[in-house]
Design a protein around this ligand. Structure first.
Ligand code: ADP
Ligand code: ASP
Ligand code: MG
Length: 411
């Protein structure tokens, strides 16, 4: 007998038939003698609609009320799943975040989990009652509903798995595992049987939205084995594919590059004609940091005349307008000639723990992209990844080209 936390994403609970299908997956695990808790997302599209209602109501909204509204999608699916399970003869009840309670900080809209009091939940699981838990939500220090950021049900599930001491956290989604890149963009993407926490963390942070970044951090810290699989596999198939996210030393074969990720939610800002003197970078990036705007890639050109230079950097696309405004206000301190910006860019990254010990990965990337006529606008690297910024029109071409280059295409 094992203790399991299962999580079903939006497409897996998109309508009542699919919720019944989820209930069949859950019943299979219960019938096998396992203690089960299930975390559900809102039906696909519902959270987007709720966010839109909020924004349509007022451009300036109270983030606590935003959370009260957008958390409601998960309340519906947790109740419906409990009803579907009961109809299949399985004991079940729904739980909202505050009922557990799953406690968060006060950052409404992207709250972090501070702790989970798992006693009541554990008792429920032990008594053989399936806990159907609304993902994406908890309760803040102000005793108001707080949501965990988009895609946050993954994090709810892994955090709950850690809190109840689950043997595994199964993430059911609309693909049968983690692929070498997004299978929707590269048809030759391959499913991985295993991926290390570290590589998965990079993949997720660099745009592979199959798991929310925080869920991977949480799994890595608490050493929760996470198994990604498809809810569209027949519940009674007896055998299924998936990807285990686990420790590096549980993986036999490692490749130099194990995956390609891309993120379209970056924006590029270039400051032209900035004085080339000490203190300028601080004058540019200080005000952005003060406003909590995350700067990612940075390129400073060599100054041709020793007096002025150009600085290019990226910020999240959602912060683009705010960043421009802040830099506009700081113009007297920074003294630049012109500000140019674009959201038509994409960050493409190659990830692999093998890069620690192998040279030449970047050089090959730059060569092959040059051969395809793709211009690289910025570069960043870390021990296990290389990221480049390119024109968004070349996303598919760059992803597929790099996927082939590093030998990731399926046979
Ligand atoms: P859910 O609603 O179940 O949480 P998501 O839409 O958040 O599902 O995540 C699943 C999607 O992630 C897939 O449909 C796929 O398009 C995308 N994806 C991006 N990168 C990858 C990858 N490397 N492997 C698998 N899926 C990926
Ligand atoms: N429903 C939320 C969202 O769409 C949380 C999730 O699905 O994980 O972002
Ligand atoms: Mg998701």
């Amino acid at each position: 007998m094992a203790r399991l936390v299962l999580k079903f994403g939006g497409t897996s609970v998109a309508d009542v038939d699919r919720i019944r299908n989820v209930a069949r997956h859950v019943k299979r695990e219960v019938d096998a003698g396992h203690e089960v808790a299930v975390v559900v997302s809102a039906m696909s599209g519902v959270t987007n609609q709720l966010v839109k209602y909020v924004k349509d109501t007022s451009e300036f909204y109270d983030p606590r009320e935003y959370d009260a509204v957008v958390a409601s999608g998960e309340q519906v699916t947790s109740g419906l799943l409990a009803i579907a399970l009961q109809a299949q003869g399985v004991k079940a009840r729904s739980w909202q975040g505050w009922q557990i309670p799953l406690k968060t900080d006060g950052a409404h809209g992207s709250a972090a989990i501070l702790g989970i009091d798992a006693d009541k939940l554990s008792a429920c699981m032990k008594a053989g009652e399936v806990a159907c838990i609304a993902g994406f939500q908890g309760v803040g220090p102000d005793e108001r509903i707080a949501t965990l950021g988009r895609g946050g049900s993954d994090t709810s599930a892994v955090a709950l798995a850690a809190a109840v001491g689950a043997d595994r956290c199964d993430i059911y989604t609309d693909v049968d595992g983690v692929y070498t890149t997004d299978p929707r963009v590269a048809p030759k993407a391959r499913r991985m049987d295993r991926i290390s926490y570290e590589e998965m963390l990079e993949m997720a942070s660099l745009g592979a939205k199959v798991l929310q970044v925080r869920s991977v951090e949480m799994a890595m810290v608490h050493r929760v084995p996470v198994f990604v699989r498809s809810s569209f596999d027949a519940p009674d198939a007896g055998q299924w594919n998936g990807t285990l996210v686990c420790d590096e030393d549980q993986i036999m074969e490692t490749q130099i590059v194990s995956g390609i990720a891309f993120a379209r939610d970056e924006a590029k800002i270039t400051l032209l004609g900035v004085a080339d003197k000490p203190g300028v970078a601080a004058a540019v990036f200080g005000p952005l940091a003060d406003s909590s705007i995350n700067v990612d890639m940075i390129v400073q050109n060599v100054s041709p005349d020793g007096k002025t230079t150009d600085i290019t950097f990226t910020v999240p696309a959602a912060e683009f307008a705010r960043a421009r405004e802040i830099l506009g206000q700081a113009r007297n301190d920074i003294e630049y000639r012109e500000l140019r910006g674009s959201t038509d860019v994409v960050k493409v990254s190659a990830i692999g723990v093998g890069m620690r010990t192998h040279a030449g990965v970047a050089a090959r990337m730059f060569r092959v992209l040059a051969d395809k006529g793709i211009n690289i606008q910025a570069i960043t690297t870390s021990e296990i990844k290389i990221s480049i910024l390119i024109d968004a029109d070349y996303t598919e071409l760059a992803v597929r080209t790099l996927h082939t280059l590093y030998g990731l295409d399926k046979a």
